[in-house]
Design a protein around this ligand. Structure first.
Ligand code: ADP
Ligand code: ZN
Length: 214
């Protein structure tokens, strides 16, 4: 089973992907996480990636496709969850080809629908545990700066550099211009399913489970 999560920044792709990993034993492939990892190494490529990601633009297809290609070749799994990939029609075509080589294909594409108003609040108030990635929010799920992560006990919390209003505006434009066309691309293949991303996390999770188990 291979699943794609499609949705604007802050729609909740990562949160739901992590739940499916636990429930179905799939491997989560997040190009955003991979790109942030490449930045922490302080190399030339890391610096270049940071200069594109921080203001909220999309990294080139070549870079993200090669990251995914390498992971697909080196990971043994019963299936993958693609979180934040593909983000362009070019990436979608490349993924079809790569999966074909591995004798597999996309089972379902889950589109998470949210309105822009909710996204601004979700993104600008968001912070995560630096150790385990658990997501918190200044108003809807607060932890005092001195308190510890409820999941792993770490006291290291962090905020993403691109989680500010200006970068978010660019990220939303990029989504609308380059990623939203994928909705039709997968609709035409007959594998697109939509869920309401404004519901509670658990409600969305059961809606997704229902789609995958049918
Ligand atoms: P979000 O969905 O909240 O924006 P991600 O972690 O998925 O968070 O992505 C963060 C940034 O990483 C994007 O704004 C973009 O710069 C870069 N990125 C991630 N995935 C891709 C991709 N598939 N193609 C191009 N750029 C990507
Ligand atoms: Zn933690």
């Amino acid at each position: 089973m291979n699943i794609i999560f499609l949705g604007a920044p802050g729609a909740g792709k990562g949160t739901q992907a992590r739940k499916l990993v636990a429930d179905f034993g799939l491997v989560q492939l997040s190009t955003g996480d991979m790109l942030r990892e490449s930045q922490s190494s302080n190399t030339e490529i890391g610096k270049k990636v940071a200069s594109i990601m921080n203001p909220g633009e999309l990294v080139s297809d070549d870079i993200v496709i090669s990251l995914i290609k390498e992971r697909l070749s080196n990971t043994h799994a019963t299936g993958f969850i693609f979180d934040g990939f593909p983000r362009t029609i070019g990436q979608a075509g490349a993924l079809d080809t790569l999966l074909d080589v591995h004798d597999t294909s996309i089972t379902a594409v889950i589109e998470m629908k949210v309105d822009n108003e909710a996204l601004v609040d979700r993104i600008t108030g968001r912070y995560t545990c630096a150790e385990c990635g658990e997501v918190y929010h200044e108003s809807s799920r607060p932890l005092l700066p001195t308190s510890v992560c409820i999941k792993c006990g770490s006291v290291k919390l962090k905020k993403r550099i691109d989680d500010n209003e200006e970068s978010l505006r660019t990220r939303l434009d990029e989504y609308n211009n380059k990623t939203a066309p994928l909705i039709e691309y997968y609709l035409n293949k007959g594998i697109l399913y939509s869920v309401d991303g404004l519901e509670e996390i658990e409600v969305i999770n059961s809606a997704i489970n229902k789609i995958l188990l049918k």
